[in-house]
Design a protein around this ligand. Structure first.
Ligand SMILES: [Zn+2]
Length: 189
């Protein structure tokens, strides 16, 4: 897509009143001509009050990208939010809305809408996909302790870090383990 959305339409708009799913909607001036386009879910989600909106979070991510941050960094920051296990509203088209739950799917929904707002391909992702739930996989750094002493729990206390990809909903959180190294091994021979 060659068209770009005006920064102000992203920075000052809201998914409750601007239909960002409309790809031809590029400027604030256009929204003034069309008038306020209330989200079809507006009254439903207001009355609930307990369910998060992945569109609102997605717009916040897009706003930070407009301000100069990378999409990946913003989504990684978002993935550390403390409310991601709660229920959230999501929509693929701005017409049909449904409630979903699951951290991995929440992050995927937020990224998808951030891409809609930024006119990027919503099927792409900065994260690897989880095949089971279609959410995203996160990367966790784990530390293995190296046991290079001759007895259990003896040795130098060295650790080695490695990155592990996992789905926060389908996989257990990765943890480091123990790597045994032969204390009598000579690296030169
Ligand atoms: Zn999954």
């Amino acid at each position: 897509m060659s068209d770009k959305r005006e920064d102000r339409l992203i920075l000052e708009g809201s998914p409750c009143g601007v239909n960002y799913f409309h790809e031809g909607l590029l400027t604030v001036q256009q929204t003034k001509v069309i008038g306020m386009q209330y989200c079809p879910n507006y009254t439903t989600c207001e009355s609930d009050g307990k369910t998060y909106c992945s569109l609102r979070s997605g717009l916040e991510v897009a706003q930070n990208v407009v301000k100069g941050n990378s999409l990946k960094k913003e989504l990684e920051d978002f993935s550390r939010a403390d409310f991601l296990n709660g229920k959230f509203w999501t929509s693929l088209d701005g017409k049909i809305f449904k409630i979903s739950q699951g951290k991995s799917k929440f992050i995927a929904a937020v990224e998808r809408f951030a891409r809609v707002v930024l006119l990027l391909d919503p099927l792409e992702s900065v994260f690897p996909r989880c095949d089971s739930c279609k959410g995203v996989k996160l990367t966790e750094t784990v530390y293995d302790s190296i046991h290079d002493g001759p007895f259990p729990l003896s040795g130098s206390g060295k650790t080695k870090s490695r990155s592990v990809e996992y789905c926060p909903d389908c996989d257990p959180k990765p943890q480091g383990g123990i790597i045994k190294e032969d204390p009598y091994r000579f690296d030169l021979f």
